[in-house]
Design a protein around this ligand. Sequence first.
Ligand SMILES: [Zn+2]
Length: 305
Amino acid sequence: MGLRDVGFYLRGRLSQTVARFLNRRAPAPRPPAPIEDVLRGPVTPLALTRLLEGRSNDARQAALAHWLQTRGVPFRRHAFHTFEGAGENLVVEVGHGARALVLIAHHDAVPKSPGANDNAASVAILLSLLERWAAREPPTRVRILFAACEEIGYLGSRAWVRAHGVADVRGVLSLELPGVGDSLAVWDASAPTPFLETVRGALEGLGLRADDGYHVVGRIPVFGSDHRAFAAAGVPAYGLTSVPAAETEALRQFIFRPLRTALRGARRPRPFDTYHTARDSGETLDAGALERVARVLDAIVALGG
Ligand SMILES: [Zn+2]
């Protein structure tokens, strides 16, 4: 185990402890939707968010596997067990090509949070795209990684990279907080790469403009996500998040100086007002934001390899 793994681990533990403390007096969240209701319901990102929302991490993982099985989506399980934790990554491959575009949505949540925007909504977006791609195969190879234990320092993704390497990966996007706002942030993108150009091309192709409809942001301190396990192995790998354009400046302040925002007692800008709290429920999500993220991913995939 490398020093970098120790850093990932400690950061994950710290964020779990903070979440447990902040949510210690939270009211009981709304009960999770019966899985059979979700299976019978519409295949939209908003409706599918309830597949995982409000469940324990074991139940989230089981509900996701059940959905894939029931819909006839072939997937493989990658179980891992380390001193840091244990879980199962669920992996779906679609399309053909030598190198894969990896799209990640972690299926776990922090304790006492319903985990709707973080990150049931991201899982739901990828499930809705799988339905779309079942009818029309994408022109490139897409590997969908539903990662376990992101909240333990990206443990699931680190275990996956350790077991499978990155030799056949051309780019990675990790979805986080996709359900609030009218603009998109591609983050941890500090250097130009061919894959970043593909992402920009897809965004521009949808009529979104830089620094308005979307923002490309460099390396972010404090926060992180699964893509960092791949970035550490040397592939272009970014986070993708939906943000309200009206909050751009407040978000910049908060993301680059979170401690200062906290010490000043300033409010956390959306979508961070519910992040890792008991208030992260599906009621705060915007169907339009979720559809926008799905459209962007579909457009990136449509550009092929
Ligand atoms: Zn997350």
